[in-house]
Design a protein. Structure first.
Length: 91
């Protein structure tokens, strides 16, 4: 399996960092590090996340990392990180 980040997911990381950094840059950096490291677990067990039937027939799933949701899609041997956000955000 291979892990790839979409441009939207990378933009989400930047947005979250920019939101947190004015309050505490260290917390912002740790949060981004935590969120970028978490999808690596999917390489071992890609179907660990909850499947989101709304996206059928695509295989879109989600995992929770702390108070953050990460959505990803499995396509053959590639896992695409699609989006991420804080669970308190209205999505």
């Amino acid at each position: 399996m291979e892990l790839k980040w979409t441009s939207k997911a990378l933009s989400d990381l930047v947005r979250l960092y920019e939101f947190l950094a004015p309050v505490d840059k260290r917390v912002a950096a740790r949060t981004v590090q935590m969120l970028t490291a978490a999808p690596a677990k999917l390489l071992i067990n890609p179907r660990i996340g909850e499947r989101l039937d709304l996206f059928e027939p695509r295989e879109v799933r989600r995992i929770l990392v702390g108070h953050y949701e990460i959505r990803y899609e499995i396509q053959r041997s590639i896992i695409y990180v699609l989006r991420l956000w804080h669970t308190r955000e209205e999505r």
